[in-house]
Design a protein around this ligand. Structure first.
Ligand SMILES: [Zn+2]
Length: 375
């Protein structure tokens, strides 16, 4: 049975009214899965400890977060990425982030200790957090907690990030480390935060070739996204030959997302999730830890993550959303469609996006050339 790591304490990770990274997205997905009767084993994590945090983050930064957390003034808040529009401070932010990081750590431990091969962390994916700086709605870098839990048992980790934004924080943490692969597919940084994730960011020194980036053009639709994924991800994973996959499954590449410009439907997400499962069966004996990530259209984000949980649980997909859930959360929905999947299978007709398809093919071609030179 699929193990899902979740704590109601995650909901305290709340930047306040009007902020797009709202914890009610997680709450709504939890209720959706319960009402869809998904068979799963729910596990409540303990928060990460301060010494766990200090294994990944710089002490001065952690002290700044702890001060902000109890309402003390932080000297030079912008230096630590705080009090920006993206990361306003809020009471209890240290504890709330530790709750999420503890979940990501436990998800890694469950796989590392062989308790389960496939674990869903129903939260987290704070992939922009840097060792010494908060960024892009992210305070501490919980994917690194998963990765460190796996490495503590000697496992070789490949991190795959399908959030629409570049996974810059995770990349930065492991940029010099040849034993962790970071692979990010995202909208090109020329058009979107955080502005990085170009194909020439390949890692440093002995780690060269273990950072891989696929920057896609705005307007990318299902077929071109999946083509780019297929050209890059299987071969890079097979070449690195990891023991476990860590997936950040942001849902913000969906066409309804207000903060980015890719145009995926839920059908592409289902294909992506199933492909990642097949690749983990082939390459890592099925070991995978999956966390959430960005996703700012309430409607599509909750449906994409419900799809994800069903795929991971090998459960049949329900066609409709439960009426009770619709009644409770309907006020947040931008659309009133009660289906799990988008009705449309692509956002515009074939051919209208040929320049986007060509640009992506060119990007992927150049990336593969650069990787071949390293092999
Ligand atoms: Zn994102």
């Amino acid at each position: 049975m699929l193990k899902i790591v979740y704590s109601a304490d995650y909901l305290k990770y709340d930047f306040g009214p009007g902020h797009p990274f709202t914890p009610d997205r997680w709450e709504a997905v939890v209720e959706l899965l319960e009402q869809m009767d998904l068979a799963a084993d729910w596990i409540k994590p303990d928060p990460a400890t301060e010494s766990d945090v200090l294994a990944i983050h710089e002490r001065a930064f952690v002290e700044a977060i702890k001060a902000a957390s109890v309402g003390r003034a932080v000297p030079y808040p912008l230096y630590f990425g705080l009090e920006t529009g993206d990361v306003p401070v809020f009471p209890g932010m240290h504890e709330a982030t530790c709750a999420l990081c503890g979940g990501s750590q436990l998800a890694g431990r469950l796989v590392a200790e062989g308790v389960s091969k496939r674990v869903l962390q129903l939260g987290g994916g704070l992939h922009h957090a840097m060792p010494g700086r908060a960024s892009g709605f992210c305070v501490y870098n919980d994917p690194a907690f998963t990765i460190e839990a796996l490495r503590a048992r000697g496992l070789r980790v490949a991190y795959v990030d399908i959030d629409v934004h570049h996974g810059d924080g995770v990349q930065a943490i492991y940029y010099n480390d040849p034993d962790v692969l970071t692979l990010s597919l995202h909208e090109s940084g020329r058009f979107l935060f955080p502005g990085t994730g170009e194909i020439n960011e390949l890692g440093n020194g002995r780690a060269i070739g273990t950072s891989v980036n696929v920057p896609l053009s705005p307007g990318t639709q299902d077929a071109s996204y999946l083509e780019s994924f297929e050209e890059v991800v299987p071969r890079v994973l097979r070449h690195f030959d990891p023991d476990v996959l860590v997936i950040q499954s942001g849902a913000d590449a969906h066409y309804l997302d207000p903060l980015a410009h890719l145009s995926l439907t839920t059908h592409a997400y289902e294909t992506l999730f199933r492909r990642l499962i097949v690749l983990s069966e082939e390459i890592t004996e099925g070991r995978m830890v999956v966390a959430l990530g960005g996703g700012y259209a309430f409607d599509s984000t909750t449906r994409v993550w419900a799809l994800l949980a069903h795929c991971l649980a090998d459960a049949e997909l329900p066609e409709r959303l439960p009426a009770e859930w619709m009644d409770r959360w309907g006020f947040r929905r931008e659309s009133i469609r009660p289906d799990l999947h988008d009705r449309r299978r692509s956002v515009s007709s074939e051919g209208r996006d040929s320049s986007v398809v060509q640009a992506n093919q060119q990007t992927v071609g150049s990336l593969l050339e650069a990787l071949e030179e390293l092999e």
